[in-house]
Design a binder for this molecule. Structure first.
Ligand code: PLP
Length: 443
């Protein structure tokens, strides 16, 4: 009997024993093409000798020093690298161990910023429906995924959710993309005005929606208008790039494509590329200075903040991304992946939408393409695609309608940036087969 508490208690998973390049191998020697980088984590693929060496060297030299007493070279140098390449004035970096810790810290930093700057009445958070910001209670409250929130609702703080910018489903037929973006952003202003502008502290959003909709970028102009609205009312803009950041969209920071700089930015997943658990929250100098000149202490923290081995892994990952031009590679191999998906699935009767940026691509499956009618949630279609793909030796990331009646079925692809042309072909072949198999069994 296994004593591990698995994700799905009724179906124990196979044992993964080895990773190399874009593949994982189980104990029976079966190979799986990692088409989703786990959950958009493994940007460099598996078994990268350089990152492994960085982790080993740091472990031998200094495995741990508590940030209550010390800083460390890898933490300082990784912070310098991130601050140097981050947009705008995002020049202070707070290291944590993952995505939920990053978004949780962002919410607390926003609150403390207003307490320290004499606006303690600012307490409301606005976020978006069909978003995911993590599974700790603050992050879960900010997220808008009904299925993930449902049973914990009594424990969650009040967060106000507006619609996401989701062109495929929410743009009216006779509306331009630009007009739609402005209309979607207007809901933020309306909500701020309804709550009372002086009471709102932050708006949180993913630049490209990942875990709930499958790689949905906003239309041009949406985030620029969001930035203007936040500035008008003194509301902090928190962008959650835990999934879409660190080069995945073809930009080191996803918000660069939207031409906006948030006040607080969250990253994780690709920062450690799976070699270590690490996340980070970046904030502007202005926010940092308010705390520095105020209490001088951000009232937050975890034991493993700025962990030397985790930051050494992150430092090696970012150095490699920059040195080997892997962000540009994510952009052009992403275009190739997108073209291959369009060629194979663009006319598929049950593929409603193909979208994404770089190595972050999504597929929306629908029962009826003409009227964009999702499959009934009972089919659990995306889960069936995942199972059929896994059987065929492909890992992809599903979001099934059974989890949230409103969400429909989506498949997220987020392969390592090093994926080859032949591996892209294998991915698209196996995925198309899995979609047809799953739809056949759902019909
Ligand atoms: N934010 C986003 C956008 C995510 O996609 C995720 C995880 O998928 C999280 C936060 C939470 O990250 P973690 O699972 O590392 O806590």
């Amino acid at each position: 009997m296994s004593h591990v508490f698995p994700r799905h208690t009724h179906k124990p998973p196979p044992t993964a024993v080895r990773g190399a390049g874009c593949y994982l191998y189980d104990a029976d020697g079966k190979a799986y093409l990692d088409g989703s980088g786990g959950a958009a984590v493994s940007c460099l693929g598996h078994g990268d000798a350089e990152i492994i060496a960085a982790v080993q060297e740091q472990t031998a030299q200094l495995a741990f020093a508590h940030t209550g007493f010390f800083t460390s070279d890898p933490a300082e140098e990784l912070a310098d690298l991130l601050a140097e390449h981050a947009p705008g004035d995002l020049n202070r970096v707070y290291f944590v161990s993952g995505g939920s810790e990053a978004t949780e810290a962002a919410l607390k930093l926003a609150r403390q910023y207003f307490v320290e700057t004499g606006q303690p009445q600012r307490r409301h958070v606005i976020a978006r429906q069909q978003s995911y910001h993590g599974n700790t209670l603050g992050a879960l409250a900010a997220g808008g995924n009904a299925w993930r929130r449902a049973q914990f609702a009594p424990l969650l703080m009040d967060v106000h959710h507006i619609a996401p910018c989701y062109e495929y489903m929410l743009r009216a037929e006779d509306e331009s993309a630009e007009a739609y973006g402005l209309r979607a952003a207007q809901e933020l202003e309306d909500t701020i005005l309804r709550l009372g502008p002086d009471s709102v502290m932050a708006f949180m959003a993913e630049p490209v929606v990942g875990a709930t909709l499958g790689a949905v970028p906003a239309v041009d102009g949406y985030f620029k208008r969001i930035r203007e609205i936040c500035d008008t009312y003194g509301v902090l803009l928190i962008l959650d790039e835990v999934m879409c950041g660190m080069g995945r969209t073809g930009h080191l920071f996803a918000c660069e494509a939207d031409g906006v700089t948030p006040d607080i930015l969250c990253i994780a997943k690709g920062l450690g590329a799976g070699y270590q658990p690490i996340g980070a929250m970046l904030c502007t100098g202005a926010i940092y200075d308010a705390i520095k000149d105020g209490s001088g202490f951000f009232q937050h923290g975890h034991t493993y903040l700025g962990h030397p081995v985790a930051t050494a892994a992150g430092r090696a990952v970012v150095r490699k991304l920059l040195r080997d031009d892997l962000v540009a590679r994510a952009a052009w191999q992403g275009d190739r992946l997108s073209a291959a998906l369009t060629e194979r699935l663009g006319q598929h009767p049950h593929v409603g939408d193909l979208r994404g940026r770089g190595m972050f691509q999504g597929i929306e499956l629908v029962q009826d393409r003409e009227i964009k009618q999702p499959f009934a949630p009972e089919h659990g279609l995306a889960g069936k695609v995942k199972a059929a793909a896994f059987e065929a030796g492909l890992i992809c990331y599903p979001m099934s309608g059974t989890r949230d009646g409103k969400n429909g079925d989506h498949v997220l692809l987020a392969p390592p940036f090093i994926i080859s042309d032949a591996e892209i072909d294998e991915l698209v072949d196996k995925l198309s087969g899995a979609i047809d198999h799953a739809i056949g069994s759902a019909a």
